[in-house]
Ligand binder design. Sequence first.
Ligand SMILES: Nc1ncnc2c1ncn2[C@@H]1O[C@H](COP(=O)(O)OP(=O)(O)OP(=O)(O)O)[C@@H](O)[C@H]1O
Length: 237
Amino acid sequence: MIIVKGLKKKYGNNQILSGVDFAAYAGDFIVLLGTSGSGKSTVFRCMTLRESWDEGELIYNGANVDKSSWKEKLKLRKEWAYLEEKPNLNKNRTALKNVISGRFLMTSIWKLLGVEEKFDALDMLDKVGLQNKAHLVLDKLSGGEKQRVAIAKALVQGAKVLVMDEPITGLEPESATRVLDDLKNLCETQNITVICTLNQINLAEKYANRILGLSDGKIVVNVSGRRLTQREKDLIN
Ligand SMILES: Nc1ncnc2c1ncn2[C@@H]1O[C@H](COP(=O)(O)OP(=O)(O)OP(=O)(O)O)[C@@H](O)[C@H]1O
């Protein structure tokens, strides 16, 4: 379980986050909505420890992250993958090699030479429906397929929480649906937590089990199990 409590962050004199509060549980699919510049990526960068914050607490499985040792923080960075809009992949390598390279830093050399990683990576590619494209060079994959390779790579690295900025931006509707279906499936079958931004409220309503709305540096909408009311939509637009 993740608790974000009173998160505050300034850039210069600009108070971007002025007390962000929310909780996420294993298996949640959370969509964070908010206008451009409202601070969604800032929340993501802080909660994945890519950036520091001024005030507030981040609690993961009962422990205050700020007070954790560097070893704990390193573990958390591994468990909370931050996937930015453009997947960070090598376009000249195959899908499989891209996924395996995610494992490189966390495994010993002798194990690398074995087939275990390869099988794990193939299993993961299968979970995102790409086993038949494992040996294709990334350049030959569509945008949605690349996004799914990035998801498989994060999971092979040990991610339990996928924090994603606009995972479907620039994708054809069919590819976008496939990415969101896969993410939903990972939440439901593997207990992975997904926290992402989406531009379309209707997709957030279709896929998320919780919708958060960020405005004026705070969470002003926190809804589960139903569509947003017009008033709630107005609050975040
Ligand atoms: N490193 C930085 N230094 C100064 N200001 C920054 C920095 N990063 C972000 N900002 C500012 O903080 C605000 C929030 O940015 P952020 O990227 O979190 O918004 P966002 O909601 O993710 O926007 P978008 O939907 O357009 O990606 C913006 O006004 C942005 O200009």
